[in-house]
Design a protein around this ligand. Sequence first.
Ligand code: ADP
Ligand code: AMP
Length: 190
Amino acid sequence: MLNVVVFGGPGSGKGTQAAKLVEKYRLVHLSTGDMLREEIARKTALGAAAAVLIDQGQLVPDEIVAAMIAEKVAAGKANASGFIFDGFPRTIPQAEMLDGLLSEHDLSVGKMISLDAPEDILVERLLVRGKASGRADDQDEKIIRNRIHVYHQKTEPVIEYYAAQKKFISVQGVGSVEEVFGRLCEVVEK
Ligand code: ADP
Ligand code: AMP
């Protein structure tokens, strides 16, 4: 099984590239951001609680995303050739939880691939995405900058966690979607 964490700041291209990897390698795409937006669209209690945090650019509590991921891994394990984790793990406790969860299923993370892009490019991309998608957390530059701040503070330390396991690989995230995809495929197939 090929289990890959696609990592990077908000707007670095995780969702775009994960979708392409899923298609090429027949993987199951697990995006906690998509799962949370689905809860919001279905107007569940969990969705309502998450929306307040998401709209401020804060992270949702670890326990909530961990439970969603656990359910999807158990459900997807039988017919997947692997999982792409997109936007998860975003904290060290989430990374620890993922290792524990996968080992219960006799699985593990193979690679953690980080898409690197400068902050100004992230902001620019998210403002464009906000116009097209209407996503509330993409409308306001202040909220976007807060998400990037939270990324540096809480999410970037996850790099060290995977570097210690010799699973961390950094890929240049600037360039066309196809160029970045080419770099990712090279790394995935190595
Ligand atoms: P993430 O999932 O990391 O937040 P997305 O994949 O949603 O990021 O990408 C953020 C925005 O940038 C989207 O509007 C997407 O279409 C655009 N985008 C993604 N990759 C590139 C790229 N290589 N060059 C330019 N724009 C990109
Ligand atoms: P994304 O679509 O991955 O950019 O996620 C959108 C928002 O959902 C984030 O800004 C967080 O508020 C929340 N979120 C998504 N994934 C996680 C996660 N793994 N841990 C905590 N919050 C998350």
